[in-house]
Ligand binder design. Structure first.
Ligand code: ZN
Length: 223
């Protein structure tokens, strides 16, 4: 995690630091190696958030980018007695889930039902060598079938670019899909915040969604 509590204050990791988890109050130890970005890890056992992935440089890098754009990271969301830690929350409440690994269909449905207004940002680097792009259509060899099952927007991050995936379908001859456009990775958080603000101010025009990223007409987070 990027933040833990030191004397009750949300704090970043420092070498040999000790802190407590803001969610479960267990001891956190600072991981300040030369390669991976500095972060906190639970001293004993795994993360108390069952939906979390092991923190990687990829996760931490995206959290930094969203922080710069005025978003919150590692935000507890409580609904109907259930509590989870959202990776990123935009100023208007939209959630961004950073996803390095593939999820099962059940996991996708559970999280979309819980977070509601959520956009998925996937690390596409791991399968990008199996994606062939022509114009704005793609063929994905040995595709992860569960990627089709999202009800919420999917973004694929590869290199310095993020693609918005419009659709994915499997046919006898393979898995195909469409991507509407790409955007610079550094620009993405700012554009997502901008899109959310436009939608909140009532300028919802799905046809001009070319300006927006991860936009969709639908429920707004009740958080
Ligand atoms: Zn914890």
């Amino acid at each position: 995690m990027m933040y833990a509590l030191v004397d009750g204050a949300r704090s970043r990791a420092v070498p040999r630091g000790r802190a407590s988890c803001p969610d479960c109050s267990q001891t956190m130890i600072a991981k300040c190696g030369p390669i991976v970005c500095w972060h906190w890890a639970h001293a004993v056992g795994s993360d108390c958030e069952p939906w979390s992935e092991p923190e990687s440089a990829w996760h931490l890098g995206w959290k930094e980018r969203f922080l710069l754009a005025g978003c919150q990271v590692e935000v507890p969301i409580v609904r109907d007695g259930e509590r989870h830690r959202a990776d990123v929350v935009l100023p208007g409440g939209r959630i961004v889930e950073l996803q390095h690994g593939y999820l099962s269909p059940d996991a996708i449905w559970q999280r979309e039902a819980f977070y509601r207004d959520v956009v998925w940002l996937y690390d596409a680097e791991r399968f990008w060598d199996r994606v062939v792009i022509r114009d704005k259509a793609f063929k994905w060899l040995h595709a992860a079938r569960s990627m089709q099952l999202h009800g919420r927007p999917r973004l694929w991050h590869v290199g310095e670019v993020v693609w918005l995936v419009e659709w994915i379908r499997s046919y006898a001859r393979g898995t195909f899909g469409g991507m509407s456009r790409s955007i610079g990775a550094a620009e993405l958080p700012w554009r997502m915040v901008e899109t959310e603000q436009e939608q909140r101010s009532g300028e919802q025009d799905p046809c001009s969604a070319g300006r927006g990223v991860g936009s969709h007409v639908g429920s707004r987070s009740a958080s």
